[in-house]
Ligand binder design. Structure first.
Ligand SMILES: [Zn+2]
Length: 137
């Protein structure tokens, strides 16, 4: 029992000692904290072509991002702000940079630079980890 208490005490001291160091290195830590949630999505894929984007096939996403070869990002519903990070299994950890008419509720659309890669992805039901910065005010 005493051992456990000492361990807890040491952990407390260590985190108390480290907190100012972390905050000093990364000023954003002081203003924002990260909220992590896991949600199941129906994840489809798209590319910048006209088949996928129709009249929006201009190479610029809804957030104003200019698409470059090799880019990876996701189109997410309005409730997820641009810049929100998402860990999408089989795809990676990417930012929300686009919207889509059908991308509502529990749907996401991951971006690929070719139509074939988007077709190869198909439709996947995945547990996605969402990292959102919460302003602590
Ligand atoms: Zn396409």
């Amino acid at each position: 029992m005493l051992k456990i208490f000492i361990v807890i005490l040491l952990l407390g001291l260590a985190s108390a000692a480290l907190a100012p160091v972390i905050a000093a290195k990364c000023p954003a830590v002081q203003k924002e904290k990260m909220r992590t949630t896991v949600k199941r999505f129906r994840v489809t894929a798209y590319c910048p072509c006209q088949k996928c984007c129709g009249k929006y096939a201009d190479g610029i996403t809804a957030s104003g991002h200019k698409i470059r070869f090799g880019d990876r990002f996701v189109a997410a519903p309005l409730e997820f702000r641009f810049g929100t990070s998402m860990l999408i299994p089989f795809y990676g950890t990417v930012e929300v940079r686009d919207r889509g008419g059908k991308i509502k509720g529990d749907r996401l659309d991951v971006f690929f630079d070719t139509h074939q890669k988007a077709l190869d992805w198909g439709v996947k039901f995945l547990d996605v980890v969402i990292f959102e910065a919460e302003n602590v005010a």
